[in-house]
Ligand binder design. Structure first.
Ligand code: ZN
Length: 250
């Protein structure tokens, strides 16, 4: 078994930029981009997307321009291959945002209403970008049997079933939570991306605490993300480095 895994790893292990973690990923980066685009088109078709001229889109646009520039600076090899695109989805009931493999970002108006500053919104978006940078979607897909099916279809068009499999691995549709390790990795990479873009790193901690204190219905974002208390402690430990990065960006 160990020999088998070693051979698999030789063929398919890669290193996560920024954290150096070894990752088992059957997909080339070009497949992240392609699968992300398929899921993007498919998902946006069923959502109410705000026009790019709307004030909500303009706000997200300004933050994304800075975050993309910071991501390209911090992870140049990877970010250059992304086909970045972003949209705001009109849905006040969804306190949520996501970034698909390859750099397709959606922010829901429910999240925009929930945050109290652009720094907090940048913290959420930086975290989501980090999932894409660390390639968590295709890593998770690689851990399932669906990977073989999707890979087998990679020369042709994906059918609905294959698209569903990819989407669920990317946290869409039936939203499976990312693993704790993925969440902490996205927190770490994300707080540095937002800090590089000049945003206040402490906003990430304030935001998780605000979400935790929300009474009544659990925000969608939290229901697919693990308990905020351990994440706040880990983010606090990263704060001095993140603040140095923010200072250097100014
Ligand atoms: Zn996450």
């Amino acid at each position: 078994m160990r020999i088998y895994l070693s051979i698999l790893c030789l063929a398919a292990c890669t290193t996560v930029p920024g954290t150096g973690r070894t990752q088992f990923n059957l997909f080339p980066l070009s497949e992240d981009v392609r699968l992300g685009e398929v899921a993007w088109k498919n998902t946006l078709e069923s959502e109410k997307v705000l026009p790019v001229s709307s004030p909500e889109h303009q706000r997200v646009d300004q933050i994304m321009q800075r975050l993309v520039a910071a991501t390209q600076q911090r992870h140049p090899n990877l970010a250059a291959s992304f086909h970045w695109e972003w949209r705001v989805i009109q849905d006040d009931s969804q306190v949520n945002a996501w970034c698909l493999p390859g750099g397709k970002m959606a922010v829901y108006t429910g999240m925009m209403n929930f945050v109290t500053s652009d720094d907090q919104l940048a913290a959420v978006m930086g975290h989501e970008i980090a999932h894409a940078v660390a390639r968590h979607g295709t890593e998770r897909l690689s851990q399932t049997q669906a990977a073989q099916v999707v890979l087998a279809a990679s020369d042709g068009e994906l059918n609905d079933r294959e698209i569903r499999m990819a989407e669920s691995a990317f946290g869409l549709g039936i939203a499976l939570p990312f693993s704790r390790a993925h969440e902490h990795e996205a927190d770490e990479l994300g707080i540095y991306i937002a800090a590089s873009a000049g945003y206040e790193p402490k906003a990430a901690i304030d935001l998780w605490q605000a979400m935790q204190q929300t009474t009544g219905r659990t925000p969608e974002f939290l229901s697919t993300h693990p308990s905020p208390s351990s994440r706040a402690a880990k983010l606090t430990a990263l704060l001095p480095t993140a603040e140095r990065i923010r200072d250097r960006s100014k």
